[in-house]
Design a protein around this ligand. Structure first.
Ligand SMILES: [Zn+2]
Length: 129
């Protein structure tokens, strides 16, 4: 049995967890490591962050698409959007979303692979210990 997949798939905590994961990566300039201030150019090294900001916005839209599709029971669509999200911004949370969507879609092989990539651990069957 896979832990935590179902608990987090439809729970309100998932978007917050995803934002926290993306937020920590997004907090600093990828060139010099300075804390980002929301500008399209890094205040320290003058790196143009415009394309990065556009990609992050697209990832945010994909995250919302995944959650919307999942909440409406369109699990194959949710899987496709989760895969697109993973291409843009891989994170354990995005892998968890793919795992949850695949599980609900009945694609158990993908669910297991995605859960492993998310770092979720298999647990023993109830009563096994
Ligand atoms: Zn910088």
């Amino acid at each position: 049995m896979i832990q935590r997949v179902d608990d987090e798939a439809g729970a309100g905590a998932e978007p917050a967890a995803m934002e926290a994961e993306g937020g920590s990566r997004r907090a600093r300039c990828p060139t010099c490591g300075a804390r980002r201030r929301g500008d399209a150019v890094c205040h320290r090294c003058r790196t143009d962050l415009g394309l990065l900001i556009a990609i992050e916005a697209q990832a945010d839209r994909l995250l919302q698409d995944v959650l919307r599709a999942h909440s409406h029971g369109r699990f194959r669509t949710a899987m496709a959007r989760a895969r697109a999200l993973l291409r843009l911004e891989p994170s354990p949370g995005a892998w968890r979303l793919l795992a949850a969507s695949a599980l609900r879609a009945g694609d158990f092989a993908t669910a297991v692979r995605a859960a492993r990539r998310a770092g979720l651990k298999a647990s023993a069957a109830p009563g096994a210990d």
